[in-house]
Ligand binder design. Structure first.
Ligand SMILES: [Zn+2]
Length: 129
């Protein structure tokens, strides 16, 4: 585990002067770690300290399918069966791009050509939510 990989300060209209934040609850997310999955792969991501959302980092921006599934499994405690069978209404997803070099969030269709890392967030919803 590596706790040294802190996100830089974001700087755009929505997040100006703020740090990398959870897209669901806007809590600061300071740490990204590399962890080993139960299946022997390495997973780079982390979790929101406030709402419990988890996220993964897709450096290429082109690995979404597999990484999305891994992220969903992570949200379900690495239970792939539970993740696959989960009701899509039982979780929320959000994908954001964050460019560390310019410390800027990149949102929307216009940013497709950008090569910034993509962050896939998944938050499980409780029944009483
Ligand atoms: Zn959160």
């Amino acid at each position: 585990m590596c706790d040294n990989n802190r996100m830089p300060i974001a700087d755009d209209k929505e997040y100006r002067g703020k740090e990398f934040r959870c897209p669901f609850c806007l809590a600061n997310i300071l740490h990204i770690v590399n962890m080993d999955t139960p299946f022997g792969a390495t997973f780079e991501g982390g979790g929101c300290p406030s709402c419990g959302a988890v996220f993964s980092v897709d450096h290429s921006g082109k690995n979404q399918g597999e990484l999305y599934m891994d992220t969903l499994a992570y949200a379900f405690g690495w239970d792939f069966d539970a993740a696959i069978e989960a009701d899509p209404d039982s979780y929320e997803e959000a994908v954001v791009r964050f460019n560390p070099k310019i410390a800027k969030y990149l949102l929307g269709e216009a940013e497709r050509a950008d090569r910034s890392p993509k962050y896939i967030f998944i938050k499980r919803l409780t029944k009483d939510a």
